[in-house]
Design a protein around this ligand. Structure first.
Ligand code: AMP
Ligand code: ZN
Length: 159
């Protein structure tokens, strides 16, 4: 039996999930700790199963897919703000650009390049690529994505 709960057994936060990994790597799990770890995972604030775009990527939610490869999918936005409005969505769940690390640089470049190529395929050589990061910047779906808007003249700065 554990004399006191480890830090990982405090109310769940993203930091606690990181601590779970530490415990798993450094200790033999007894049954009490294993139970706590399962609870933490269950209460994770945002999991792939909660995520609309993960549901689109996995199949249960419908979307108008215009392109896909092993790293991303491009779909038509359900509420288009331009004649062409696409979303380039990485297959890997990441809440926003704020969560991207150095290992994600190649993926981020891929998303931008695919957005450009898909806009070209839709007949556009002028387009705007946008990433909203955080609710204050207009992000409403917390799975990183690149908007690609085209087919009308654009103003600057954006609203
Ligand atoms: P953002 O506000 O930057 O997070 O962008 C989210 C975008 O997802 C918005 O432009 C929505 O119109 C779009 N959206 C929400 N649900 C769907 C859906 N089921 N299929 C396609 N686009 C969607
Ligand atoms: Zn997701």
């Amino acid at each position: 039996m554990l004399d006191q709960k480890p830090e990982a057994c405090q109310p769940p936060t993203a930091n606690n999930l990181f601590l779970v990994t530490t415990h798993k790597a450094s200790e033999n799990l007894n049954s009490e700790l294993r139970l706590e770890l399962q609870t933490l995972c269950y209460h994770a604030p945002m999991t792939e199963t909660d995520c609309l775009f993960c549901k689109i990527l996995a199949g249960p939610a419908a979307a108008d897919v215009v392109y896909q490869d092993n790293r991303c999918v491009a779909v038509r936005d359900i509420n288009p703000q331009a004649p062409t409005h696409l979303l380039v969505i990485p297959r890997e769940h990441m809440e926003s650009l704020d969560d991207a690390s150095q290992k994600d640089e190649s993926l981020l470049g891929h998303l931008l390049r695919i957005g450009a190529r898909v806009a070209n395929l839709q007949g556009h050589d002028s387009y705007r690529s946008v990433i909203n990061s955080g609710s204050g910047a207009g992000q409403s779906v917390f799975h990183l994505h690149v908007h690609v808007l085209a087919g009308r003249s654009m103003t600057w700065p954006p609203g």
